[in-house]
Design a binder for this molecule. Sequence first.
Ligand code: UD1
Length: 417
Amino acid sequence: MKTIQITGGTRLRGRVKISGAKNATLAILSAALLANDKIILENVPDISDVRVMIDIIREMGGEISWLDEECLSIKPPSKISNLPSYREVKKLRASNLLLGPLLAKFGIAQIALPGGCNIGIRPMDLHFKGLAGLGAELVIERGCVKGQAKSLRGARIYLDFPSVGATENIMMAASLAKGSTVIENVAKEPEIVDLANFLNSLGAKVRGAGTDVIKIEGVDSLDQGGRYAVIPDRIEAGTFMVAAAATRGDVLLEGVISQHIEPLIAKLREANVEVTEEGDTLRVKVNQELRPIDIKTMPYPGFPTDMQSQMMALLTIVPGTSVLVENIFENRFQIVDELKRMGANIKVEGRMAVIEGVSSLHGTQVKASDLRAGAALIIAALIAEGVTEINNAFYIARGYQKIEQKLSSLGANIRVS
Ligand code: UD1
């Protein structure tokens, strides 16, 4: 997918089924390396980031096949035939999640410093600190992280910042370390809880995921295999919710866990959007004039950085002044110039963006700079007058399954090439 063309002006209406969570799937696929038996993974999103992770694991000797559209059969490698190649790893930031499992299971790891979205510096010091705390030896040589570990042993680790990736890497490695590990100030994202549940389904002993402290009792091996279903993608759900609100539409999301989306629901309600929760569905409707709001991105349960750009697109046409503060990734305002080309009135000062609502946006040629900026440009294009052409749309394919079909079924005028 290179380009998306959208003719704006349609209100989104109808039902949409939310796919499995990208970030949970990437962590769980890495964790599958720790297992000794076959795993069936359900509710897997068929998106390019997941396909890259599958290719990396196959390259190492794992056997993975699609059983149907959203179900994978995974036979983890018993020994590693090749360490991951730079060609694949550079495509995916989340390939850094292979470090912990490789060290814990095979005692050796080598990963080119990962690529991914251009949203900030994204250091790995907390990953290294945690894995070194468990006894791994890590060095960086010529753009590669090289690691070895004769055997890992449990430790007490404090994270200076609740990093999602560092929490996951340490949690996975500690599952096969000797003795107990306590990780303090961990990330509390739903994907962390999903990874802990998956590890426990294999036979690990991980407690406290979803709180500030995770305790892990190491086990000798993870022999249980079995079936596991990934949680729904809260960011895909959030993106459709904001698209529904921005187009003044009426959309029912199916297959969501609304508790995971609470920070966004609260902000949308503050902006006058009607959100109704019922079972595993959420209905998003707009019946009155929207109000400007202020948002600060924070680690979960704060407002997710992965929804910041989409909210910015919505706020461009909300009368009055809204303020967005980005506290997680420093480069997440690259979308501002693209939105301004569509007629938005936004000023950026450091980590703060001030948005003055305009009466309308107009279609033009724009370029996605990362996955969520791409999603935000789709929202802007849906509300703009005329035709918008979004270039670099491959970023969007990294994280949204069948986005064109899903939006078309809601009435959007969208074409992909
Ligand atoms: C994950 C998500 C990403 C999401 C982000 C924050 C995956 C595959 N990606 O990314 O979609 O936007 O969480 O919710 O799950 N940091 C350090 N040192 C480290 C690690 C991180 O300083 O060793 C900093 C980062 O620069 C950033 C902040 O911590 O400023 C958050 O990063 P982190 O939570 O680690 O995000 P990721 O795991 O990369």
